[in-house]
Design a protein around this ligand. Structure first.
Ligand code: SF4
Ligand code: SF4
Length: 214
């Protein structure tokens, strides 16, 4: 099962370490904060929106993860501006047609987030009745609108193999065995994949994914 790029949380620490190595010797501080990452990326000119409300960065498509850091480093440049969409969206509606849940509407630019698979499979609640089991495509989140997007054609093959889990490990995850009862190796693999953050929904999501494969 695929894990979308935006769940690569451990990259945040690597980026923070690189930035701190530059800033701290000069007496400046850096802190990671939770703010509306996609909106800030777009308004600060680092990214543009796609019709699927995901951010796109030149050379990376949507295969990146927006993170916000704040610092007391003096900054004179001001690239703040109105949100922009990528040019390809003008003559394209591939994501809209492919989205299984109709979350990308033609009535407005803002995603109908309450219909997005990601909204439902990141939470431990039961899936709503209207959500067809055949729509599950990722361990958590959803990749459909990114996979069909022509703006991702050069990055679509940026896929890491990730870890492999044997039958026993898979059974433990499917049965949602509590994380403190997982074998050390299994825990380490899930942690390395940044999936311990979503361990409470992993078994349910994996089961849904497997069931629609058979
Ligand atoms: S699939 Fe087409 S409409 Fe959707 S974000 Fe990509 S370029 Fe824009
Ligand atoms: S992530 Fe999936 S459900 Fe959400 S808008 Fe994209 S295709 Fe639709």
């Amino acid at each position: 099962a695929i894990i979308p790029p935006t769940y690569n949380f451990s990259a945040d620490d690597q980026v923070a370490d690189l930035l701190k190595a530059y800033l701290e010797p000069q007496g400046y501080q850096l802190r990671k904060v939770r703010l509306p990452e996609k909106l800030l990326a777009v308004r600060s000119g680092l990214a543009q929106y796609g019709k699927n409300n995901i951010t796109y960065v030149k050379g990376m498509g949507s295969f990146h993860r927006p993170v916000v850091f704040i610092s007391d480093f003096p900054c004179e440049a001001d690239s703040w501006g109105e949100p922009k969409a990528i040019g390809q969206c003008e003559k394209c509606s591939a994501c809209m047609k492919a989205c299984p849940t109709d979350a990308i509407g033609s009535d407005r630019f803002l995603l109908h987030a309450e219909r997005c698979l990601t909204f439902h499979n990141e939470r431990a609640n039961d899936f709503p009745e209207w959500l067809s089991p055949s729509w599950h495509n990722s361990l958590v989140g959803c990749m459909i609108c990114q996979q069909v997007c022509p703006a991702n054609k050069d990055v679509a093959k940026w896929i890491d193999a990730g870890a492999a889990f044997d039958r026993e490990e898979t059974a433990l995850i499917l049965n949602a065995v509590s994380d403190d009862r997982l074998p050390k190796e299994t825990f380490a693999k899930l942690k390395k994949m940044d999936m311990m953050e979503y361990y409470d929904v992993l078994g349910r999501n994996l089961r849904a994914f497997i069931e629609q494969q058979v």
